[in-house]
Design a protein around this ligand. Structure first.
Ligand code: NAP
Length: 207
């Protein structure tokens, strides 16, 4: 599968690393080409780079950007997102207070679905930290990727991306569960100070 990742920061690096490990092709898009090109060069030959605004030529697009940047990207792409699998990984947090943002739609993922009604929105990867995605495991344990969507085929595609990259895909239910996933993502961040794990921990579901 070919995937587009918008962003070239920590999570773009982590998700791209796992996607490439799973044999997928990655294209990175950033506002300035240099940023995408820099990460693409580090990640290797099959990684392409471009700028936000370039035509989307893949069925799956990961928004690896801060919550505050999401609506600008949605505005840029408009109806080009129709039919695309759009993966929302955000944890909407007020950076001044480090409190979660209370969103009227219930979640960032639902806001995206409302703003881009033709997109097949999937919430995923927001509960896994970037460095652990680069490593691919924590303390020798497979990473769980919790995935929510109202579109079963889209959920399957993101699940395959996760499992191909050596992770365990966990079906977290419909997109409405993004509210709970974003709360989990926030809680996981908030625990870092208590645990002293420096964003190197993983949330796992044991059975
Ligand atoms: N870091 C984690 O462990 C983690 C875990 C789970 C979820 N998340 C979520 O993942 C998302 C990305 O986090 P991150 O840690 O990767 O952040 P990051 O390292 O700051 O990277 C953000 C990326 O977004 C780009 N960007 C900023 N404004 C943009 C715009 N208007 N249009 C397009 N791209 C833009 C940035 O480019 P510039 O550098 O040029 O601004 C950068 O490449 C956030 O929503 C966060 O809540 C993060």
């Amino acid at each position: 599968m070919d995937i587009t990742i918008i962003g070239a920061g920590n999570m773009a690096r982590g998700i791209a690393t796992r996607a490439l490990a799973g044999g997928h092709a990655v294209r990175l898009l950033t506002p300035e080409r240099d940023e995408a090109q820099g990460l693409a060069s580090e990640l290797g030959a099959s990684t392409q780079a471009g700028i936000v605004g370039d035509r989307l030529d893949t069925d799956l697009v990961v928004l690896a950007i801060t919550y505050g940047a999401v609506h600008g990207v949605l505005d840029t792409y408009g109806d080009q997102l129709d039919g695309k699998i759009v993966v929302d990984i955000t944890n909407p947090v007020d950076f001044d207070t480090f409190q979660p943002l209370q969103l009227q739609a219930g979640s960032a993922a639902q806001e995206i679905a409302n703003a881009a009604p033709g997109a097949r929105v999937v919430k995923a990867f927001n509960t896994t930290f970037a460095g652990t995605l680069v490593e691919g495991h924590v303390a020798g344990r497979t990473l769980d990727v919790l995935i929510a969507s109202d579109d079963e085929q889209a959920k399957q595609a993101v699940s395959k991306l996760a499992t191909d990259g050596g992770m365990h895909a966990v079906d977290a239910g419909p997109l409405g569960r993004a509210h709970e996933l974003e709360a989990m993502g926030y809680m996981h961040m908030a625990l870092q100070e208590t645990l002293g794990t420096q964003y190197g921990s993983a949330l796992t579901v044991s059975a």
